[in-house]
Ligand binder design. Structure first.
Ligand code: 4AD
Ligand code: MG
Length: 476
């Protein structure tokens, strides 16, 4: 018989039909009731086996074992479920020794412990929900851009350029470590390397996306990016996924509108298609919040927060406004900030969180950052001091989007690159977009994992990517 997914059974209204289900045992009560999960949805289905079933089979029905069940879907007498399966036959597919299985679900394992057994954590309710939501968000992202006629562009993972100019790249090489070839100056001779030059893992697909935007008009990338920044925080990964739309003829205001529409769309899509998962995660978060002292608890539940974002425009302020708000804040006056506030600083996460969580209590878009703290490609404003940058700050997270209108004027861009010691010869291909039919254009990057954090209410970025890579940690 064909396997039926548990989700499908639970979505059907009728009963009294035969099915085969396969999945993993989540619990087994009274030698009779199995809670079976197959990952298709949050819910387990109850499988009832006949009392007096072969003892050799019964003793192998343990938490974590995989089973195949042929039986009949019937109306359930028990509380909390509409239907259950009355088993005709049950086959153990894979045994699971309860003494050795590290995933004991009874006493709610902590997220920290589950991170240590990250290869098994997919089999918990929490991570089931998180990764189903992650999947849906990824799908919604493609749908959003596809519906609007954007071309999905695959930008290279291995590159020769540093898109952000921040020098936080992982080197890619096949040269031997013990005795690499040397050039006349005694340095490593990358001409001997695989690509005949030194190469790195990409930090962003933006520069290549700009080539696409100035041909197709509207493109986006969605791929892995890598940063060797030594930030061991709950918001940083060394390998993370980024979505980077890039649009010809857009200015900074169009860019902000696009980002807002985009974020709202994918949240709405997940709310519509993963309601059960999100409700479970909302409850998980509420339980977690109860452990905190009253004054540290967030005012809104997860679903409420998502609905709020769906229904309210983001606040839009300039960097200068942001600095003034911070200088006026009780937190500043009572010296509660660890880092000093003055015009010119890079906003620290404590500042960003003050703005979104305490002051505005909603997502905030900050524009017009000082040129000295932003990348070389951002368009210079008329004041000569600030650039047409935009960061979106989200409650509980901080920066979730970074973007800008791009400097489309060749002379201005070359001047800026020279000031920042960005090699213009190596980036000739990038500058060609400005030499040949240049146009105003703008784009941004959404950190996918930070978005998944926001939507799932999880608090550590290691818990929203299946295989996290962080400093001193690249398990499997
Ligand atoms: O602000 P960033 O560095 O911007 C860029 O890379 C631009 N090239 C984007 C563009 O305009 N096309 O990164 C964009 C976003 C950040 O706002 C953040 O959400 C996420 O990427 N991000 C990280 N996420 C997890 N771990 C890290 N180490 C991250 N660094 C950036
Ligand atoms: Mg940024």
């Amino acid at each position: 018989t064909m396997r039926t997914k548990i989700k499908e059974i639970l979505n059907r209204q009728d009963t009294d039909y035969k099915v085969n289900v396969k999945g993993w045992v989540r619990s087994f009560r009274n030698n009779q009731f199995i809670a079976l999960n197959d990952g298709s949805c949050m819910a387990n289905i109850q499988v009832v086996i006949e009392l007096g079933t072969d003892e050799n089979i019964v003793k192998k029905i343990t938490n974590g074992a995989s089973v195949s069940v042929d039986g009949t879907v019937i109306a359930s007498q028990g509380k909390g479920q509409r239907v259950e399966i009355k088993a005709d036959t049950l086959t153990i597919l894979g045994e699971c020794d309860p003494e050795k299985f590290p995933l004991q679900l009874k006493n709610r394992p902590s997220l920290e412990y589950l991170r240590e057994i990250a290869h098994l954590r997919f089999r918990t309710n929490t991570f089931g929900a998180v990764f189903r939501v992650r999947h849906t968000l990824a799908y919604a992202i493609h749908k959003f851009y596809n519906d609007r006629g954007f071309v999905y562009m695959h930008t290279p993972i291995v590159t020769a350029s540093d898109a952000e100019g921040a020098g936080e790249m992982f080197r890619v090489t096949t040269l031997p470590f013990d005795n690499p070839p040397r050039n006349e100056d005694g340095g490593i001779d990358f001409k001997e390397d695989f690509f005949g030059r030194s190469t790195n893992l990409t930090v962003s697909g933006q520069l290549e996306a700009e080539l696409g935007a100035t041909a197709f008009g509207e493109v986006y990338t969605f791929g892995p990016t890598f940063r060797a920044e030594n930030s061991n925080t709950a918001r940083h990964l060394a390998e993370f996924w980024m979505i980077e739309p890039e649009v010809a003829f857009n200015d900074i205001n169009d860019n902000m509108d696009l980002a807002e529409d985009f974020i709202r769309y994918i949240i709405g899509y997940a709310m519509e298609h993963n309601r059960e998962d999100l409700e479970f995660l909302a409850q998980r978060l509420a339980d977690e919040e109860k452990q905190k002292p009253q004054n540290e608890r967030s005012e809104m539940g997860l679903i409420e927060k998502l609905e709020f974002v769906m229904n309210n425009r983001f606040e839009r302020i300039t960097y200068t406004d942001a600095i003034n708000i911070l200088l006026d804040s009780p937190a500043y006056k009572k010296k509660k900030f660890q880092y000093d506030v003055k015009w010119g600083i890079d906003l620290q996460s404590e500042h960003e969180r003050y703005l979104v969580e305490k002051h505005f209590k909603k997502p905030v878009i900050v524009t017009g950052y000082p040129k000295d703290i932003k990348a070389f490609y951002m368009r210079m404003n008329d004041d000569g001091k600030t650039v047409a940058a935009m960061d979106i700050l989200a409650p509980g997270i901080g920066e979730i989007v970074g973007g800008s209108q791009r400097e489309e004027r060749l002379d201005m861009l070359e001047k800026r690159m020279a000031e920042m010691h960005i090699p213009t010869e190596e980036l000739y291909w990038y500058l060609d977009t400005r030499r040949f039919g240049t146009v105003p254009h703008a784009g941004f990057g959404l950190g996918f994992e930070r978005m998944v954090l926001f939507v799932t209410g999880m608090t550590n970025i290691r818990d929203v990517i299946p295989f996290p890579r962080t400093p001193k940690n690249a398990e499997f």
